[in-house]
Design a protein around this ligand. Structure first.
Ligand code: DGL
Length: 269
């Protein structure tokens, strides 16, 4: 990598709006970094697709970000991390960081946790990546994982406070509440957008864990270790590309990121 590349942007991708939860954390932890974000909205959701298809999409997303000159890739999608992280790390020269291991670290940050619930897309839950990674570190944990495939569409629709969303969440939480849990891992980067609703429905009694902050901290350590921190004085930029434009994306992004971004651009991969 050329010497000047430390001023290049970070590349971040997800299937849609969910990866913005990671972008928000990156902006908080690394305020001087520029970011190129790709939301593959035309092919969302990833969570119901086969592992082969998810790997193909993840390679194409990475190739697009590379064409924008990024210095590292953050897979801001649990489904793509679960199925494609080793592939991307093997296939591309630049550093690639996923959200799953950071999610595990965040869950285990409280050494007293005993009963852990996990929610995620069907692809993530079926991969058992979270279940295995948690059990490897803490074989004594009681783990219950539930696929919650309807949550990504309602979030992308900006139905964050809609009564239908409450009904869906209540239904999904039933087996987890029966199991009893002290910790709930939000195993999809879309789900932090539902944190206030989940906290209310769980009477603030369950620790809600997501990977965004720990992921951003890991990206910072990686950039520092490799001498890749941006040093340019000009204001960093956030460029957003989507494979299909949606009004909700822009309004959610504005509400959630509380940051300026230029016109969202449509791209074909
Ligand atoms: N936000 C993504 C994840 O973390 C993908 C959701 C989807 O497209 O199904 O899994």
């Amino acid at each position: 990598m050329a010497d000047t590349d430390h001023n290049a942007p970070l590349g971040v991708f997800d299937s849609g709006v969910g990866g913005l939860t990671v972008v928000r954390a990156l902006m908080d932890v690394l305020p001087n970094e520029s970011i190129v974000y790709l939301g593959d909205t035309a092919r969302l959701p990833y969570g119901s697709k086969s592992p082969e298809t998810i790997r193909k999409f993840a390679v194409e997303d990475t190739q697009f970000l590379l064409s924008k000159g990024v210095k590292a890739i953050v897979i801001a999608c649990n489904t793509a991390t679960a199925h494609a992280l080793p592939l991307l790390q093997g296939q591309f020269q630049l550093p690639v960081i996923g959200v799953l291991q950071p999610g595990v670290e965040a869950a285990l940050a409280d050494p007293h946790c005993q009963r852990v619930g996990i929610i995620g897309t069907s692809g993530t839950i079926k991969s058992c990546a979270y279940q295995h990674a948690l059990a490897m570190r803490r074989p004594d944990l009681q783990i219950q994982a539930v696929a919650t495939p309807l949550l990504v569409p309602v979030i992308e629709e900006d139905w964050i406070d809609h009564p239908a969303t409450k009904m869906i969440v209540r239904e999904y939480l039933k087996p987890l509440l029966k199991h009893g849990m002290d910790t709930l891992v939000l195993g999809c980067t879309h789900y932090p957008l539902l944190k206030p609703l989940l906290a209310r429905m769980l009477n603030n009694r369950v620790r809600l864990v997501d990977s965004a902050l720990v992921c951003a901290e890991q990206v910072k350590v990686m950039l520092m270790e490799r001498g890749l921190l941006r040093v340019a004085k000009a204001k960093p930029k956030l460029d957003i590309f989507l494979t299909d434009l949606s009004e909700q994306f822009e309004s959610l992004a504005k509400r959630f990121l509380r940051a300026d971004f230029g016109k969202v651009q449509r791209v074909s991969l």
